[in-house]
Design a binder for this molecule. Structure first.
Ligand code: HH2
Length: 268
């Protein structure tokens, strides 16, 4: 594995699921998932994020055994050629993925820091903010001040992880996880608040619904229609650039090659 580049980092997504909002069903087969992982490494991904449970709004939880069956062979196969992160909310899956070679736990529940601490200093942790759980999170999400509330929550979780002994701690405001489009835009406009905490910031906007809305509006559709997920590349790269310019250190994306090009431009 090569040393980390000086540009902002790009985490490429491989969802080993039947139902993820963007790539659901494409990589459910282990061979297809591993091939996709290798493809995005060739495209320049610094890390591959392997997930076995969709967390899109309304998604039902996946049983532990099924999530393990989906992800562990993929983590094991990719870990010898790239840094692998495991996208999970389950301690059992995090532990098994670490044993298989994952060195980052991408935790959308921000609750697994003790599992990560027990794994020792070679394993890092991403604390992401989500309001409630995927089944209910988009039912009228409400905040006093979305930027302050989310940032306060994340710093509390990150401080707890550091106190427990986790050395590498990332924070992620969780775009689309219990947020209206207006909340998402507020968070994007104030990423500097998260950057100024001193914790490295990860951001995932890639192909998300709110970008489907602006893309459709930009095409002249004003009826709340969404652009299809495979027509959200420009909007996704635009938000990645926006984030990187504000100091976000890693973006989580489906379109790796275009985002690596953008990150290289941002680094100058
Ligand atoms: N978004 C998704 C999943 N995991 N992890 C972090 N840290 N940040 C994110 O914004 C984030 C995440 C949702 O995207 P995807 O995995 O493509 O979809 P699904 O949840 O339907 O599998």
């Amino acid at each position: 594995m090569s040393a980390a580049p000086s540009r902002p980092l790009v985490m490429g997504v491989v969802n080993v699921t039947p139902d993820s909002f963007s790539d659901g069903g494409l990589y459910l087969d282990h061979e297809a998932a591993i091939a996709r992982g290798l493809e995005i490494v060739a495209e320049g991904a610094d890390m591959v994020d392997v997930g076995g449970e969709s967390t899109r709004p309304g998604a039902e939880p996946v049983p532990i055994d099924e999530e393990l069956r989906r992800v562990i062979p993929v983590v094991g196969a990719l870990a010898s050629c790239v840094r692998v992160s495991i996208d999970t909310r389950k301690p059992e899956v995090a532990e098994a993925a670490i044993a298989a070679g994952a060195t980052l736990v991408n935790d959308v529940s921000a609750s697994l820091h003790e599992v990560v601490a027990a794994a020792g200093p070679s394993v890092g942790w991403v604390a992401m903010h989500m309001l409630g759980d995927p089944r209910t999170m988009q039912r009228d999400p409400t905040y006093d001040d979305v930027v302050a509330d989310v940032c306060e929550f994340l710093v509390g979780r990150a401080d707890a992880a550091r106190a427990a002994g986790v050395e590498e701690v990332w924070i992620d405001p969780g775009i689309g996880f219990g947020k209206t489009p207006s909340h998402n835009w507020s968070l994007l406009r104030h990423l500097d608040v998260f950057v100024s905490t001193g914790y490295p910031v990860l951001l995932g906007t890639s192909r998300k619904r709110f970008l489907g809305l602006v893309t459709a509006a930009s095409d002249g559709r004003t009826d709340g229609e969404l652009a299809p997920v495979d027509d959200r590349l420009e909007a996704s790269v635009a938000t990645a650039v926006w984030a990187m310019v504000q100091g976000v250190r890693m973006v989580r994306v489906h379109d790796v090659r275009a985002t690596v090009h953008a990150a290289t431009v941002v680094a100058g």
